[in-house]
Design a protein around this ligand. Structure first.
Ligand code: SF4
Length: 391
């Protein structure tokens, strides 16, 4: 049996965490600077433009200072990018201080930072911990030099291994990001990457299938005939990581995320629970009081507008739309979601029954779970096609 055809029981601990996360509040801070843009990346990033770093940080702090307060202090902060470690730790500390000043940080708040391995020396790791970060997420992606080169990464496997050691000595919680299914990556190479990450003793692992985004250099190359990732190869590699993570004591709590007890990412959990979070920086998306809104994507425009408002669009779902979103987000978790109206409609629809019969989704008590995580997008598409009259 393949490991993506597995869980029909729902772990009680995961349910408790998933439910608790709905009450949490968070903040996302985007740092768009990268030393080199990777060919597969479609995030709101820039290469160079170092002259905009100071104005950008000033704009971030101005945006934070006018953010409406939540009714409770922040449970989670996630500083991502881009490459946050392209910015001085002291400047990142100023951003955290501004968040604390304006929105407050809960005493046990998770304060997480994305880091690139080539930046995370023991000295930098210690400096970041001094600024209040207590979780680090390292963009390792692979321990195979050929794969790293294909992905356009600047670090080599030794740098990644050294960065993990530095991270583990400075932070109580360490995540490693890996990417599987890069064309040309052997199954043995992927297995080795997974084993090296888990063998290093990280607390959390995120394993993502390489996706080809339109408009990226990789997207253009594939359009011009370069090999694309192979879904069967990716399914086989997903099996490998699921089994290896379980053997190492990491719980698969979402399609791509695995954690030791107590190391589940709060920021992720609250977003999948439709929790509220503020967001700062170019292209950043927030969710507050039932409205999702997002900032202007271009860095220079963000800097120009941040003193006033950098918001470039928003969306407020109607009650049915929110209900569908609740189920779609909740189904990403291993704990699944209470079926409710939209889940009930899914189970009663012809397509939902087909997914149930095929073992793609399962009904456990009042919850629905996706039992074949790699087919989660198919389930989400089915949900989104449902109408309020379907229940
Ligand atoms: S370092 Fe990360 S954010 Fe920057 S271009 Fe590469 S993948 Fe994108």
């Amino acid at each position: 049996m393949r490991t993506d055809q597995m869980r029909t029981e729902v772990p009680a601990g995961d349910v408790l965490l998933a439910d608790a996360a709905a009450a949490w509040v968070g903040a996302y801070v985007h740092i768009p600077f990268c030393r080199r843009v990777c060919p597969y990346c479609d995030f709101a990033v820039v290469e160079g433009q170092d002259d905009l770093r100071s104005p950008y940080l000033a704009a971030l702090i101005a945006e934070i200072q006018r953010e409406p307060r939540f009714t409770r202090p922040l449970d989670a902060v996630f500083v991502g990018g881009g490459t946050p470690t392209a910015v001085d730790p002291v400047d990142l500390g100023r951003v955290i201080a501004a968040l604390d000043d304006r929105l407050g940080l809960a005493p046990d708040a998770e304060i997480s930072l994305e880091a690139n391995p080539e930046d995370l020396t023991p000295r930098v790791a210690a400096a970041l911990a001094d600024q209040g970060f207590n979780r680090i997420s390292l963009g390792v992606q692979s321990f195979d030099p050929v794969v790293l080169q294909a992905l356009g990464r600047r670090h080599d496997p030794d740098m990644a291994a050294e960065a993990i050691v530095a991270a583990l000595s400075a932070f109580p919680s360490v995540n490693v990001d890996l990417i599987f299914g890069t064309p040309g990556e052997a199954v043995s190479s992927w297995r080795d990457s997974v084993e090296r990450a888990l063998g290093a003793g990280v607390h959390h692992l995120s394993a993502y299938a390489l996706t080809v985004e339109r408009g990226t250099p990789l997207g253009r190359a594939v359009q011009a005939g370069a090999p694309a990732p192979d879904p069967d190869d990716q399914a086989a590699k997903y099996d490998i990581v699921v089994k290896a993570a379980a053997a190492a004591g990491l719980d698969r709590y979402e399609t791509s995320n695995f954690a030791m007890p107590g190391h589940h990412c709060r920021h992720n959990l609250l977003t999948w629970a439709q929790g509220e979070y503020a967001a700062f920086g170019n292209g950043a998306h927030r969710h507050r009081a039932g409205t999702r809104s997002w900032n202007v994507r271009r860095l220079d425009r963000y800097v120009e507008r941040a003193a006033d408002s950098a918001v470039s669009g928003d969306e407020t779902l109607d009650p049915w739309g929110r209900e569908v979103e609740r189920v779609a987000l909740g189904l990403r978790r291993a704990a699944g979601v209470v079926a409710g109206r939209a889940g009930g409609a899914l189970l009663e629809s012809p397509e939902g029954r087909r997914l149930l019969d095929a073992g793609v989704i399962g009904a456990v008590g009042d919850r629905i779970v996706v039992t074949r995580p790699l087919l989660g997008d198919e389930v989400a598409r089915t949900l989104l096609a449902l109408q309020p009259g379907d229940c």
